[in-house]
Design a protein around this ligand. Structure first.
Ligand SMILES: Nc1ncnc2c1ncn2[C@@H]1O[C@H](COP(=O)(O)OP(=O)(O)OP(=O)(O)O)[C@@H](O)[C@H]1O
Ligand SMILES: [Mg+2]
Length: 464
């Protein structure tokens, strides 16, 4: 899928053209339109290039849509037929292209997306060879689609007649994704064998719209593959840095998934995970351990990782007493550390990670309690910015309308420089409140605004 960003010469407005590069993508684009419509942002609009009947949906919804039949691969299917006749190996992609090209000549009304999506290799090959479609394949094309002619992509007329207004009030019954899913399922159904439920369609929508979160697999030097699943966009960097033996500090606002990512990175690397949350009361003994009244050594999470290997996360590092943290400096930089019962060598698989809400340069306006870290402590780490990953946030929330609303409020709060934190936890928790059957107002009050003065709240809503 080719996504190109443009800026209108007049007015500087941005828009995107999204072009299907395969039949499969074309089908998925049909689904994308509905989702993107639900994520419509003021002042932004997108244009679609597609080459199949799915465009009907776009036009119905007021989407800009442009046909680009000429972009469809027009390989000469005869070459593929000759290859098949000679018993040569033909790739699935070439088979689909050839079958589609042959259908264009032979039966222009045949829905070609359905062919490429649902026909087996043998069925496609039979069609290329002698034009025989499998029994039961729908032959009639959907109702003709009126396409907006090419060349009008950047004209204002392309904007939908009535883009959903950004209101300061509670969004009036935002389109439920469930309904869109059902609608899309109905649309796609004629093209596929078997039933497509709304969930499947939604998955396609998310994936192809580029708003699905990143899913990662970590391949270790041993060749072992670990499926890390859905993670923050910065996750691969974290794994690579740890893999390279570096100590890493993650810096980002609350709830962006720092703690979660460290745990996941440890699992991905096949290392145990240990953590200590630092606070004003954290002492040297909390990190290094101590000898108790019975002369017994009390071990710590840090000691476990240092001695036996593993990822140790020093969470909220900027909330701690900098003097205490300096005891770790030598431990992080050197090959050994003085514990209460003697020197201990650092295990080869020990990795230190720190998480912070600020850059350790003293509290900013929001985190006034945060301490300035000793420059030597900071110097031990490489720093990764850990901002909100909206794709991950949307996926974790499971409620597109609520999540979009929270994200919009977050941006608005930033634009009016409001000193508030609207973290992904507002999205996650609010969605849970809604899922439990409570109202949008309750979700806003309990998960989003949480005691933010009414005046500031209104100011943010007005800016949204
Ligand atoms: N990849 C993920 N998969 C599933 N859940 C996640 C993922 N990333 C984050 N979360 C969830 O999001 C929430 C916030 O994540 P987390 O506590 O790691 O954030 P944080 O950046 O450490 O926040 P803080 O700065 O407040 O400590 C948690 O409920 C966590 O379980
Ligand atoms: Mg945390």
């Amino acid at each position: 899928m080719k996504i190109t960003e443009h800026t209108k010469k007049k007015g500087g407005r941005r828009y995107w053209t999204i072009q299907a590069e395969s039949m499969e993508e074309d089908t998925a684009m049909g689904a994308n339109m509905a989702l993107l419509l639900s994520k419509w942002k003021k002042g932004e609009y997108r244009a679609w290039y597609t080459y199949d009947a799915q465009a009907a949906l776009a036009i119905r919804n007021g989407w800009n849509c442009e046909t680009s039949e000429e972009d469809e691969p027009v390989d000469d299917w005869r070459e593929t037929r000759t290859a098949l006749e000679h018993g040569d190996t033909v790739s699935a992609v070439d088979l689909r292209k050839a079958a589609s090209a042959r259908a264009r000549e032979l039966e222009p009304d045949r829905p070609r997306t359905a062919m490429s999506q649902t026909w087996s290799r043998d069925e496609l090959a039979a069609y290329v060879l002698d034009g025989t479609a499998p029994a039961g394949a729908p032959a009639a094309a959907p109702a003709p689609v009126k396409m907006i002619p090419a060349g009008t992509v950047s004209e204002p007329a392309w904007a939908p007649a009535a883009p959903p207004a950004v209101t300061t009030a509670t969004p009036a019954a935002p389109p439920a994704l469930g309904d869109l899913g059902a609608m899309l399922a109905a649309l796609v159904e004629p093209y596929v064998k078997g039933a497509v439920d709304a969930e499947t369609v939604r998955a396609i929508v998310r994936e192809e719209a580029g708003i699905a979160p990143h899913r990662f697999e970590v391949v270790l030097p041993t060749g072992a593959v670990h499926a890390a699943g859905m993670q923050h966009a910065q996750f691969p960097k974290l794994v690579r840095r740890l893999g390279a033996g570096l100590h890493v500090m993650l810096v980002g606002s609350p709830g962006t998934g720092k703690t979660h990512a460290c745990h996941a990175a440890a699992s991905a690397l096949g290392l145990s995970f240990h953590t200590t949350s630092v606070g004003a009361q954290t002492t040297k003994s909390d990190l290094l351990g101590f000898i108790d009244a019975h002369s017994k050594l009390v071990r710590t999470q840090f000691r476990e990782a240092y001695e036996h290997g593993g990822v140790f996360l020093l969470d909220e590092i900027d909330a701690g007493n900098p003097n205490v943290l300096t005891v770790l400096n030598a431990a992080l930089a050197n090959g050994c550390c003085p514990f209460p019962d003697g020197m201990v060598d650092r295990h080869a698989d020990f990795r230190g990670v720190a998480a912070a809400n600020t850059y350790g340069r003293g509290g900013d306006r929001l985190f006034v309690g945060r301490n300035q870290l000793d420059a030597a402590s900071l110097d031990r780490f490489v720093v990764l910015d850990w901002d909100v990953d909206e794709r991950l946030e949307t996926a974790l929330t499971g409620n597109n309308d609520w999540c979009t609303y929270v994200q919009r409020m977050r941006k608005a709060a930033g634009s009016v420089r409001a000193q508030v934190v609207i973290s992904p936890r507002a999205s996650i928790n609010g969605a849970k409140i809604l899922a439990s059957g409570d109202t949008w107002e309750e979700a806003e009050a309990e998960a989003l605004w949480k005691g933010i003065p009414a005046e500031l709240r209104e100011q943010i809503k007005r800016a949204a």
